[in-house]
Structures are given as C-alpha cells and as structure tokens.
Ligand binder design. Structure first.
Ligand SMILES: *[C@@H]1O[C@H](CO)[C@@H](O)[C@H](O)[C@H]1NC(C)=O
Length: 322
C-alpha cells in the first residue's frame, strides 16, 4: 500500500491520487494491446474527422440524418480522447497514476459523452421514423431548429447526468486502497474504492444509469417497431428495400453500441473476471467509435461518392503544392 498519496485530515485519510492497474501479470500482452489499441485509436480519429469534413463540404449531404451523424462523430472523438491516451500510457509505462481531479474529469466526460450518445442515437431513430412513416410531413417536422434542439437536449441530458453522478461519487469518502482495478475511471471500479458499505451508492448509480440508458433504448425500439410495421405494409418490394436501406447503418451502429455496452456492464457480478473486464473496456471504447464511420461510409453510396470526391480534392491540392 502506497502511503505517499494519503494525507491525514482530521481523523480520516484523504486520497489525492489513484493508480490504474494494467495487465502486469502478462507483460507481453501489454505491448501487443498497446499496438492494437493505438492503431484503432488513430483509425477512429481519422475516420470520424473525415466523415465530419466530407459531410460539411458536401451540400447534398446537408440533411438531418447527416447533421446527427456529424454530431455523433464529434461525440466519438471526444469520447475516445477522454479515455484512450491515458489508457495507452498505463499499458506500457510505469506512470499509471491519475490525480483525484483527473479521475473526476475523466469520469465526467466519459459519462457525458456516453449518455449523450444514447440520446443522440434515439434522436437519429426518431428522424428515421419521421422520414419513413410520415414522408410527406418530413420537411416540416424535421426542421433545422428541431434537429439542433434534439441534439442540444441530448448534450444537455448528458451534461446533467455526468455532473450529478461525478459529483455524487467524488463526495464519497476514499480512504482505503488507491488502485483502480480498471484502465480508466469508470464509475463502478471507482465506487469500489470508497470506504464503508457502498452497496446503496451502487444501487443509486445503477438506477440513474439505467434510466438514462434504457429510456433512449426504448424510444429506439419503439421507432423501429413503427418503421417495421410501416415497411411490412408497403406493397412494393422496391419501396421496402429503399426504406430499410436508409436505416440499416443506424440500426447496425445502435446494435453495436448497446450490444457491447450490455456485455460490458450488464453481466452478472459473479462472472466478473478483472482481466476480461479490462479487455472488454479496452475494446468497447475504441472498437465502436472506429466502426461508426466505416459502417456509414461503406453502406452508403452518397457518402462513398462524397468521400472519393473530397479525397480527390485533397490529393489534387497536395500535388498542386509540389
Ligand atoms: C451538435 O449539436 C449541437 C446542438 O445542436 C450543436 O451546437 C453543435 O454545433 C453540433 N456539433 C457539430 C459538430 O455538428
């Protein structure tokens, strides 16, 4: 137990610094994971930035669906940048410490981006529902102000939940071990370090998280329920195929996000093994954010064409300069 970071205040100790654990029992694994995660991190940054640039610079893609997609890419960049750099550092370096403030900041942004993403995915599902089920009123119902409001509400909910959760957790008393059995300051591994009986804190955190993760999910399910009913009622197979193709990318992204999220967070406690947990967390944060731009650009002719055009322009301007 490292006593350097403990300061005695009154008669309880105050922890000013935490330490991440890594895969120290299997050191070779660390370098391999470092290389893989670094590669995925860079792919994710490039992909999400590129999607943003391509959509902004292509007037044909200035529609609600792509407005939300740019916002989602922006979220993904924030999300990975909050967690991955420090994670990479702790994988290979001896310096795996994080200050209490740093840990709180990381948790705040991680929660903000995570909850906002749930809400944004629900807004995107609502957009598809309006487009497919009420096509004639789409332009009036999904106006620009509606889009910015939906995105704004998503960000606000994320910010409020993150503020509440982080504030609540860091007002707990930390006096015991400083070693976080995880690769970043995720909520449950940090609560596990608080002193005393934390089971009701865990329950409160679970309840809030469940409310703000499950409600958007229910909205998504409802939207797709209506979409499916509408598509099944269509008489032409061509119309059915077209309707489904506009929401397939979003449906894949939702499945990935919620699927990997449930595997990481909803497994029964008895089955938790720290190594598996850390591996899952590692991939959960980078894999989904790396795949979003790939899914949207590969499955979408409009984006693919715009991407080729933008890349062509970049190549040309580079050649002109030489
Ligand atoms: C995302 O949506 C918010 C709220 O409408 C807006 O202020 C912000 O500029 C958007 N971000 C991007 C990158 O489009």
């Amino acid at each position: 137990m490292n006593s350097r970071y403990r300061v005695s205040l009154d008669n309880h100790t105050y922890i000013s610094q935490f330490i991440f654990s890594n895969f120290s029992d299997v050191p070779e694994l660390c370098y391999l994971l470092f290389a893989i995660v670094l590669l995925m991190f860079l792919t994710s940054l490039t992909g999400n930035t590129l999607i943003g640039i391509v959509i902004q610079s292509t007037p044909a893609l200035h529609t609600p669906m792509y407005f939300f997609l740019v916002n989602l890419s922006f979220l993904e960049i924030g999300y990975t940048c909050t967690v991955v750099p420090k994670m990479l550092q702790s994988l290979v370096s001896e310096n795996r410490e994080i200050s209490r403030l740093g840990c709180a900041t990381q948790m705040f942004f991680f929660t903000l981006f995570g909850i906002s993403e749930c809400c944004l995915l629900a807004s995107m599902a609502f957009d598809r529902y309006v487009a497919i089920c009420t096509p004639l009123r789409y332009a009036t119902r999904m106006s620009w102000s509606m889009c910015t409001q939906l995105a704004g509400v998503s960000w606000s909910i994320g910010t409020l939940v993150a503020l509440g959760q982080t504030n609540y957790i860091f007002s707990l008393n930390f006096c015991g071990p400083t070693k976080i059995n995880h690769l970043f300051c995720d909520i449950l591994p940090v609560i596990a370090l608080a002193c005393g009986d934390t089971s009701h804190n865990e329950m409160a955190v679970y309840a809030v998280a469940f409310l703000f993760i499950a409600s958007p999910f229910l909205l998504i399910i409802a939207s797709y329920g209506f979409i499916l009913a509408d598509v099944l009622a269509m008489s032409s197979p061509e119309g059915q195929r077209k309707a489904l193709s506009t929401c397939s990318s979003h449906l894949i992204v939702v499945t990935l996000f919620y699927g990997s999220g449930s595997i990481t967070y909803l497994r029964p406690k008895a089955s938790h093994s720290p190594i598996l947990d850390k591996l899952l967390a590692l991939f959960y944060t980078v894999v989904t954010s790396m795949l979003n731009p790939i899914i949207y650009s590969l499955r979408n002719k409009e984006v693919k064409a715009a991407l080729q055009k933008t890349l062509g322009k970049i190549m040309c301007s580079v050649q002109d300069k030489n």
